[in-house]
Design a protein around this ligand. Structure first.
Ligand code: PLP
Length: 392
C-alpha cells in the first residue's frame, strides 16, 4: 500500500530530539523516539516491581524484538536472534567452523572467506583473525572505491568458498550490492552469504527469505532508531541444524535451566547462536524505532529516501562537489556522500551548528535524510555548507 509522505513526516512529533538540530546522520546514529524512553522506563519498572519475576517478561521481549526485526527484513518469525553487536554476531558465526577436517559436510574442505575491501572494518577484523584457525581470506578490491565490486566478488567465489560476509549497503559510499545475484552465485558454488544489513534494513526494502539469504545481521543503532546493544542474526532455518557455535552459552542450550554439565545440546532454534544472557535494557530501548519502521513500511520510507537523496545529490552537484555515491537507484542506499577540498573542516563547522552528519576519509561528508526529514532541512544543510565553505 502506498502511503503519503506526510504520514512519514508526521512522525516528527514522536522525536523530541529533532527540535535540537537537523538530523541527517541515521547511517551512524538514528534519533531517539519518545517511546524508547517509555520502554526503558517499563524495563526499570518491571525490574523494580517484579524482581526475579521480571524474567517472565524479559525473555519473551527478546523473542518479540527478533520477530519485529524479522518483519522488517522479510523473514519468518522465530528465525532472528538478538545479540549485542555485529562483531559478536560475526564471531559467533565464525565459531561454527573449524576450517579443518573436523568440519562436517557441507562445510568440510571449504576454507575461503570472500568479501570486499569496502566492508565494514569490524567484520574484517573478525574474519582476519580466523586465519589463525585455518581460514583463507580473499579480499577483493573494487575499481573506484565507490561502487560495490560485484563482478570482482563473484569471480572470487569458488568451490573452496565457505562464506561471503559482505555489507548489503557499503558504509563508505552507500553503494548497494545486488544481494540476490551474489546469493545465487554463492549457492551455485556451494558457498553461503552472511549479509550485513546494518546500512540497509529500515531504509531499503529487504526480502531475505525470498532471496534465499543464508544468514543476515545488522543492528538497531542506525536506520532503526533503536540505540546500541540490540543487533541481530538471521539464519535460514534449514541451515540452522548444521551450525554448532563454539562461542556457546547457556542460552544456546536446549534447556538452559537444566544446568546440564553433559555434552552440549544446542537449542533447535536460532537461540543456539545467542550465547549468554541477552542485554535486556537495550532490547527494550530498541523496540520503539523498529515498531515505527514496521508501521510506516520500508517501501514508503525508500520511496521518500530516493526522492530526497536525489534532491540532495542535485544540490551538491550544482555546486561542483564530487559525489561518492552511485547514481542509479538500484545501486545505492539511503546516504549521499560528497567531497571537496576542505570538506573535513566544513564538516566540523556544521557539526558545531547541530547539523548532524559525519565525515569519513576517502568518502567525504555523509548525509542521510530519513523518514522524518523535511526538504527544508536538506536545503538548510546545503546552504550552510556554502556558508562554511566561503568562510573557510
Ligand atoms: C555495515 C556495518 N556493520 C557493522 C557496524 C558496526 O558493528 P558493531 O555492531 O559490531 O559495532 C557498522 C557501523 O557501526 C556498519 O556500518
Amino acid at each position: 500500500m502506498s502511503i503519503d509522505e506526510s504520514v512519514l513526516t508526521e512522525t516528527r512529533r514522536e522525536f523530541s530530539t529533532l527540535a535540537k538540530g537537523v538530523h541527517l546522520v541515521s547511517h551512524s546514529l538514528g534519533p531517539i523516539p519518545r517511546a524508547a524512553r517509555r520502554y526503558a522506563a517499563q524495563f526499570l519498572d518491571e525490574w523494580e516491581n517484579d524482581s526475579i519475576g521480571a524474567w517472565h517478561r524479559w525473555l519473551p521481549a527478546v523473542r518479540e524484538l527478533g520477530d519485529l526485526i524479522a518483519d522488517v527484513i522479510g523473514v519468518d518469525h522465530g528465525t532472528v536472534a538478538v545479540m549485542a553487536n555485529v562483531s559478536n554476531v560475526q564471531a559467533a558465526v565464525a565459531s561454527c567452523f573449524a576450517f579443518n577436517t573436523s568440519d562436517a559436510a557441507p562445510f568440510r574442505g571449504r576454507t575461503k572467506i570472500v568479501y570486499d575491501a569496502l566492508n565494514f572494518s569490524t567484520v574484517h577484523y573478525v574474519w582476519q583473525e580466523q586465519v589463525r584457525r585455518g581460514a583463507e581470506l580473499v579480499v577483493v578490491n573494487g575499481k573506484n572505491g565507490v561502487d560495490a565490486p560485484i563482478d570482482e566478488l563473484i569471480a572470487a567465489i569458488d568451490e573452496k568458498t565457505l562464506l561471503v560476509p559482505i555489507s548489503h549497503v557499503l558504509f563508505r559510499s552507500s553503494a548497494m550490492y545486488d544481494a540476490k545475484r551474489v546469493i545465487d552465485h554463492a549457492h551455485k558454488m556451494g558457498a553461503m552469504v552472511l549479509l550485513d544489513c546494518y546500512q540497509s534494513a529500515g531504509v531499503v526494502p529487504l526480502h531475505l527469505k525470498e532471496w534465499g539469504c543464508d544468514m543476515a545481521c545488522g543492528g538497531s543503532v542506525k536506520w532503526a532508531c533503536g540505540g546500541p546493544g540490540a543487533a541481530y542474526l538471521y539464519v535460514r532455518p534449514d541451515l540452522l541444524p548444521l551450525l554448532r557455535p563454539m562461542s556457546a552459552g547457556w542460552f544456546s542450550h536446549e534447556e538452559p535451566f537444566a544446568f546440564d554439565m553433559g555434552p552440549m545440546r544446542y537449542a533447535d532454534d536460532v537461540w543456539r547462536m545467542i550465547g549468554g544472557t541477552p542485554a535486556i535494557p537495550s532490547i527494550y530501548t530498541a523496540r520503539a524505532g523498529w515498531e515505527m519502521v514496521r508501521k510506516l513500511g520500508v517501501e514508503a520510507i525508500r520511496k521518500k529516501s530516493l526522492r530526497q537523496t536525489a534532491l540532495l545529490r542535485k544540490l551538491v552537484e550544482e555546486r561542483g562537489h564530487r559525489v561518492n555515491t552511485p547514481r542509479e537507484d538500484a545501486s545505492r542506499g539511503g546516504t549521499v556522500c560528497f567531497d571537496f577540498e576542505g570538506a573535513e573542516k566544513v564538516s566540523q563547522v556544521l557539526s558545531m551548528q547541530n547539523l548532524f552528519h559525519d565525515y569519513r576519509p576517502n568518502c567525504g561528508i555523509r548525509v542521510s535524510p530519513h523518514f522524518f526529514t523535511i526538504d527544508d532541512e536538506i536545503s538548510q544543510f546545503v546552504t550552510e555548507v556554502d556558508r562554511a565553505t566561503r568562510a573557510a
